[in-house]
Design a protein around this ligand. Structure first.
Ligand code: BJW
Ligand code: ZN
Length: 242
């Protein structure tokens, strides 16, 4: 567990930072009851990523992939933001244009908490995208038909999610790069740090001289690189930083 001294040090770093960037992963939503991917109860424990989270899987069996997303929508719809999400909203309101949040989470809980200055780099489970005309729209229906169709062009809709092997959106990559290069403090919260490009963000921030603080239940491949590792639950540690 993070010690009082470590928390105090992190608070000081945050208080004296000019530009703060935050990267979050499934660990921040785990405290709201949303399953992570790689933990013992994680999604990849029971499902194979290749069968569900790749463009090839969708091409082969769109019905199966939509069933999985319908199940996850149902689950996430019952969850609420937790004190860690809420603290990041407070931070945004204090820091305004000196803060940017990058999340790998698709659950929408940061937006539900009130965060507005954010990039959802892996997409959002409450949005759909047409495989024909490319139009992206918000859709909160539960369940969606297992083969939902576009009202405009009648092609199949897909979840607006970045799957393995797909490139992230150019505008998101540009915004993240800007935020990482501008920050003097990067907080990395609840991510295993194994999925690229986000797994490389701590290195980018270090290269421009930023201080990096990690908050996680466990060590990660980035723990040796960061300046301070705070062990504990996001919902307990993050609120102590403000
Ligand atoms: C707590 C806590 C608490 C728990 N408090 N902490 C070979 C083939 C194909 C591709 C690749 C390849 N090699 C590399 C690649 C690139 C690939 C990649 O990185 N793969 C690696 C796995 C090797 N990346 C991509 O494909 C990306 N695109 C890309 O790079 O484009 C260019 C390119 C194209 C083709 C080839 C090469 C390059 C796209 C990645 C998209 C990832 N999408 C997913 C799934 C979306 C499906 C969905 O959600 O519906 O996004 S993967 C999954 O992992 C999800 C997450 O956003 C992402 C990150 O996971 P996260 O958030 O870190 O969660 P966990 O579970 O891993 O960790 C939770 C952490 O929290 C743990 O550390 C816990 O300890 C901690 N924790 N409770 C604090 N209470
Ligand atoms: Zn369409």
């Amino acid at each position: 567990m993070a010690t009082d001294d470590q928390i105090l040090l992190a608070r000081r770093h945050l208080a004296s930072a000019r530009n703060v960037t935050i990267l979050t992963g499934a660990g921040i939503s785990a405290d709201s009851g949303v399953p992570t991917f790689r933990g013992t109860d994680g999604l990849w424990h029971n499902f194979r990523a290749e069968d569900l989270a790749t463009p090839e899987a969708f091409e082969q069996d769109p019905q199966l992939v939509w069933e999985w997303y319908n199940w996850r929508r149902e689950l996430i719809a019952t969850k609420q933001p937790n004190p860690a999400h809420d603290t990041l909203v407070k931070l945004e309101r204090q820091w305004t244009d000196r803060m940017w949040l990058i999340t790998q989470n698709v659950d929408g809980l940061h937006r539900a908490a009130g965060s507005e200055r954010l990039s959802e780099i892996h997409g959002n489970i409450w949005k759909v995208r047409c495989t024909g005309c490319g139009v992206i729209s918000e859709n909160r229906e539960i369940p969606l038909p297992t083969l939902p169709m576009c009202r405009l062009c009648h092609a199949l809709l897909r979840p607006h999610i970045v799957w393995f092997g797909e490139s992230l959106w150019e505008k998101d990559l540009r915004r993240c790069d800007e935020a990482l290069r501008a920050c003097d403090l990067l907080l990395v919260i609840g991510t295993s740090g194994v999925v690229y490009p986000a797994a490389g963000f701590a290195s980018v921030a270090k290269d421009v001289g930023a201080l990096v603080i990690e908050i996680n239940l466990e060590n990660t491949p980035q723990s040796d690189l960061v300046d301070l590792s705070l062990q504990g639950r996001a919902k307990d540690v993050v609120p102590q930083l403000l």
